[in-house]
Write a protein that binds this ligand. Structure first.
Ligand code: GLC
Ligand code: CA
Length: 543
């Protein structure tokens, strides 16, 4: 298989509303991204992925789309998109956009028509409408639950129910309907012709539902919605159904209408052995490794997952895709500063007070973790703000929370706003350089300490570590060889060789280990003696 750009690419995830605001409405926008393209080039990323910028009701951070062929006015226009794309391409940066095939907004024209139409009509068949159970159809058609809490069925005025695996304002599309399939092929082409390089596919594993009657209930142990638990059931009613692969084989053919072919990266919260099915030849190119993201500083777990992921990817002739953070999870420096048995949702519900996170330890581990992830063979995704070492803003007041999880969980889960707080660019200023107005989510008072402007001048900063790592990685990132180094790969220490000459050591333990003789290419903290301290990663060229 020929080497292709994405195989070793480092892609930076942009959450547009929180990146940079240019028109003083407190909301980041596309011209904001364009204005920071030099920053991204300076940082050294190969590609960017933008979470949704489409027209939306913004009830789920833009994942509730009303028009897939237009930019939301809050973020700009199609012209702004074209300018952003050109600015990226001029700098050799590829651009991926989110695509959300599982559901639309309830304000989408199709859903409005479905509501206005009769039960059983073609307009309703684009979504998943069913009669309820019980004498008057008063009970939902199945026990399926929404990922954000509550049931996954909503009843409409004429008594039918429709399926929504997320909020009721995000009705699920019916992927058995040929019009739905054709529509998305057309949307892929629309953006492909505009020049995008590929797509991040939202909820990629849940498109196909087993709609044979009677609908099967989800049984205990499969998790509420089954979307978040790596469900191991190979015959789950709506997660990771084998038929979903037909969709991606069809998409792959559209990708190949372009030169170079477009790519697709799957957001699929499935187990590793199932994940590789998404990246088989003729399907998608990448699938996020969420098992890796979930590990909280445990060498044995890392060892197992890294080995399985590399072997799994190789078995289908490709490489793995490493990810440590995104817009749906607690930020690294906070998560890694907590004991690994703390449930992060429970922790968030205490506003991040119980227990309190050790940010110094978390930051140290996050530095080691990123050098670990960037040293692995394959591609990697970085989430905006991680390069600044931003902590989770766990104490956002209830009144500002926007994540639908908060309301749908009856205020039990604070949700994901704490990792979506706008970036600080400058030490001071109304919104630390993000905007000249109050930002859509409030930034903590000490946010300026993390600003790009501050860290840029500091060789010990997180930002400089990222930048250096991306530069040094270019020397070996394209090489796909990997082998454990049995001499050092023991207990709390992970050790592997890359490109034959490079030795990567990750010390997750609490004590220092002797460092082999050699040239230190990079280390997550300065090495003063010939030892590798606790919670440290080093890239070496042994003598
Ligand atoms: C994905 C997105 C998440 C969104 C959900 C529904 O998990 O990453 O942010 O809420 O899909 O579209
Ligand atoms: Ca704006």
């Amino acid at each position: 298989m020929p080497e292709t750009w994405w195989r070793s690419a480092v892609t930076y995830q942009i959450y547009p509303r929180s990146f940079a605001d240019t028109n003083a409405d407190g909301i980041g926008d596309l011209p904001g991204i364009t204005s920071k393209m030099d920053y991204l080039a300076w940082l050294g990323v190969d590609a960017i992925w933008l979470t949704p910028c489409y027209r939306s009701r913004w009830l789920d951070g833009g994942y509730d789309i009303t028009d897939h062929r237009d930019i939301d006015p809050a973020l700009g226009t199609l012209r702004d998109f074209d300018r952003m794309l050109a600015a990226a391409h001029e700098r050799g940066i590829r651009v991926l956009i989110d695509i959300v095939p599982n559901h639309t907004s309830d304000r989408h024209e199709w859903f409005q028509r479905a509501l206005a139409a009769e039960p059983g009509s073609p307009a309703r068949d684009r979504y998943i409408f069913r009669d309820g159970k019980g004498p008057a159809g008063e009970n939902p058609p199945s026990n399926w639950e929404s990922r954000f809490g509550g049931r996954a069925w909503h009843r409409v005025a004429d008594g039918q129910w429709y399926l929504h695996l997320f909020t009721p304002e995000q009705p699920d599309l019916n992927w058995e309907n040929p019009e739905v399939r054709a529509e998305f092929l057309d949307i892929l082409r629309f953006w492909g012709r505009r020049g995008v390089d590929g797509f991040r596919i939202d909820v990629a594993a849940a498109l196909i539902k087993d709609l044979r009657e009677p609908l099967r209930d989800v049984v205990g142990g499969e998790g509420s919605s089954g979307l978040d638990d790596f469900a191991a059931n190979p015959d789950h009613p709506f997660l990771d159904r084998p038929e979903v692969h037909d969709v991606y084989r069809e998409w792959n053919r559209v990708f190949h209408e372009f030169d170079p072919p477009l790519i697709g990266v799957a957001e699929a919260w499935v187990r590793g052995d199932r994940r590789v099915r998404y990246i088989r030849p003729g399907e998608l190119q990448q699938a996020f490794n969420f098992e890796f993201l979930r590990v909280r500083w445990n060498a044995a777990e890392y060892r197992r997952i890294v080995a399985e992921s590399i072997a799994g990817a190789r078995s289908v002739g490709t490489v793995a895709t490493w990810v440590l953070a995104n817009h749906d999870v607690v930020r690294q420096v906070s998560a890694l500063g907590l004991p690994d048995d703390v449930d992060l949702r429970v922790w968030l519900a205490t506003n991040g007070t119980e227990p309190s996170t050790d940010l110094e330890l978390g930051t140290r581990r996050a530095r080691a973790a990123i050098l670990f992830a960037l040293a692995l063979p394959g591609s990697a995704y970085l989430y905006q703000g991680e390069e600044l070492g931003l902590p989770e803003v766990a104490d956002l007041p209830a009144g500002v929370l926007q994540d639908p999880k908060w309301v749908r969980s009856q205020h039990k889960e604070k949700g994901r706003d704490g990792c979506r707080v706008p970036l600080p660019w400058t030490r001071t200023g109304v919104a630390f350089g993000f905007s000249s107005a109050a930002p859509w989510l409030p930034q903590p008072a000490d946010w300026g300490e993390y600003a790009v402007e501050v860290q840029r001048d500091d060789p010990d900063s997180m930002l400089e570590l990222y930048r250096t790592a991306l530069r040094v990685r270019r020397e070996f990132g394209g090489d796909e060889t990997f082998r454990w180094d049995d001499q050092y790969n023991i207990g709390d220490v992970l050790a592997f060789r890359r490109a034959d000459s490079i030795l990567v050591l990750v010390n997750t333990g609490a004590t220092a280990i002797p460092l082999p003789d050699g040239e230190v290419l990079l280390s997550s903290v300065p090495l003063e003696t010939s030892t590798l301290p606790a919670n440290t990663t080093a890239w070496l060229r042994p003598r």
